[in-house]
Ligand binder design. Sequence first.
Ligand code: BMA
Length: 318
Amino acid sequence: MKKKYQLEIIKRHPLNPIITREDVPYHCNTVFNAAACKFKEDYLLLLRIEDFEGKSHLTLARSHDGLDFKVDKKPWIVPSKDPYFEPYERFGIEDPRITQIDGKYYVTYTAYGPYGVRVGIGVTEDFEKFERISLATDVDNKDGVLFPRKINGKYVMITRPAGRGGKMNLMWITYSPDLVHWGESRVLMFFSPGAWSAFKMGASTPPILTEKGWLVFFHGVKLAGGGLIYRVGAMLLDLDEPHKIIGYTPYYIFGPNEIYERVGDVPNVVFPCGTILEDDGELKIYYGAADTCIALATANIDDLVESCIKIPREYKRP
Ligand code: BMA
């Protein structure tokens, strides 16, 4: 196999950005950070749409080819009015991810309210009815991604306790019998991939099953002179013991470069929340760009796995 330069593994689609606020049938400030899945014959994106009050909700977009999306006329998931959830979603719901487990589609999202951020989980079977299951974490925790199957009888999720009160912005892994009660948590990855991710790290996309392990994209944030830079790395986790890192890219493999990634409400951000794996091994990666629009990139799944393991390194937590 011809070796690929690290930034050639993920290729941008020439028609990027594929969704902007002009494509949304109602007025909004921005559309970005979308979850992705296939449902029946369609490609679905669950878009984070920010309104003019600065609050986000989630709206579906549908496509036959994964490129040309039609955005629904109305939002699908809006901040809850249920007295249990309402205080924690009052400022909006953000950054969805979709994971299919045993034929049902679970949506994790960031619930944002006056007390901070939490990971919310809900479920749908038909993309019409959406039922909230839990607020799975306490505050200051976000970027929840669920594994697509139970491991050793438990649901598994990566989260990111979010750096308040002296906590470090690191990925943790946690387990649950029922998606409500979570525990047996431990740190998944410390900042060792280097300075490009030394300010914050969080899981980006739900784990993808490969023969060699679970492939997970994560974002790494650098605090630079001009502000934050959000870039993407990949890691491969053990299939049966997913707290074990088999390999990872110590450098970023995707970062802001194009004008729509460099300029927007928050400059220098690429933020994938969803992927779709095609039968031929092509992975479609949907990412928010500069917190302003949605773009598409593709990569070969084997190249991504290879990028995680080509330099063998033992992962050591401090
Ligand atoms: C993160 C999240 C993302 C956002 C990113 C860059 O903390 O809020 O939704 O894309 O910051 O602003």
